[in-house]
Design a protein around this ligand. Structure first.
Ligand SMILES: NC(=O)C1=CN([C@@H]2O[C@H](COP(=O)(O)OP(=O)(O)OC[C@H]3O[C@@H](n4cnc5c(N)ncnc54)[C@H](OP(=O)(O)O)[C@@H]3O)[C@@H](O)[C@H]2O)C=CC1
Ligand SMILES: O=C([O-])CC(=O)C(=O)O
Length: 273
């Protein structure tokens, strides 16, 4: 069949929060070769006005049924829901786009399940920068990957590491280093705040060799990530200052990164690895 006659790829979205609602709106406006077929939410009533504002109404399904209604399932729900969304999709040989990437570390068998079923798990660059360069460097030898994250207080509140260690960040007047360790440890202590560290680690040297510092910083208004990579092909450092979305833990660029990834699925010209 000629490319122009190919059927649209059907996309389903799990979660219509700060990330999912923007992706849904963009798919509804039109992305070449793609269509929004279904969504899953926790509380359908809460999203009724949003959904009825779309030009084409997607089906509203339970999260574990999205893979039946789509070729690509985009996970943008709390990390606790990762398995319920991704497993049925990849078992059907579908593509799961995962933003709660930190939760992949405790659900690594999903990769084996996907492999056995012909499914795929795709992690977008999300709120980060430069995973193309990190993945390219990883084809050679990477000697070290370090990341320093600074977030405003609202971007860190409620993180298990802060709660368990009884750290009071509300009254901070100066930056405080909260954590130094591996990306795996960061994902456990900050599951809704440090997905980026895990994405970086999976692109590069893995969660146990990627070192991470986390600062609560009342002097910044953006979620700031700075990365330094030493490899046998290049040395590079990159930083990104993310404007928080309506969810202060989540940078605005995250949804845009997923939209850019979706656009590539059927684009005639695709740029960047
Ligand atoms: N990879 C990356 O770079 C980044 C990843 N993230 C991660 O992305 C994920 C989504 O973030 P964000 O959009 O800001 O989160 P939000 O809290 O804004 O939205 C989460 C959505 O998930 C829905 N939801 C919750 N439980 C269920 C359920 N059981 N079934 C279906 N839907 C459910 C919520 O529904 P309702 O509205 O009804 O409550 C809500 O719409 C988080 O895990 C976050 O940590 C965030 C930033 C960057
Ligand atoms: O990694 C995350 O979960 C979110 C994040 O830091 C950001 O949006 O800047």
């Amino acid at each position: 069949m000629a490319d122009g006659q190919r059927k649209n790829l059907r996309v389903a979205i799990a979660g219509l929060g700060s990330i999912g609602s923007k992706i849904a709106r963009e798919l509804d406006r039109g992305i070449e070769g793609l269509e929004l077929s279904a969504v899953a939410v926790r509380d359908a009533g809460k999203h009724q006005a949003f959904l009825s504002g779309l030009r084409h109404q997607p089906s509203v399904l339970p999260i574990d049924q999205l893979g039946e209604a789509a070729d690509i399932v985009v996970e943008c729900a709390p990390s606790s829901q990762l398995r319920a969304i991704v497993e049925p999709a990849v078992k059907r040989g579908k593509i799961a786009v995962v933003v709660s990437v930190g939760a992949l570390l405790d659900n690594g068998d999903l990769i084996d399940i996907a492999r056995a079923s012909g499914g795929r798990i795709v992690v977008p660059t999300g709120a980060l920068i430069g995973l193309d360069a990190v993945a390219a460097a990883a084809v050679g030898t990477i000697h070290s990957v370090r990341m320093v994250t600074r977030k405003p207080i609202d971007g860190l509140k409620g993180a298990p590491f802060i709660v368990q260690n009884n750290i009071d960040i509300d009254g901070l007047r100066e930056p405080l280093k909260l954590f130094e360790g591996t990306a795996r440890e960061a994902a456990k202590g900050f599951p809704a705040n440090l997905n980026v560290a895990v994405a970086l680690s999976l692109a590069g040297v893995g969660p146990d060799r990627t070192s991470v510092q986390i600062w609560a910083d009342p002097t910044v208004t953006r979620n700031v990530h700075r990365i330094e990579v030493e490899s046998d092909s290049a040395r590079f450092s990159m930083s990104i200052e993310n404007i928080p979305s309506e969810n202060p833990k989540t940078g605005l660029i995250t949804a845009l990164s997923v939209i850019a990834l979706l656009r590539k699925q059927r684009a005639t010209l695709s740029v960047g690895t």
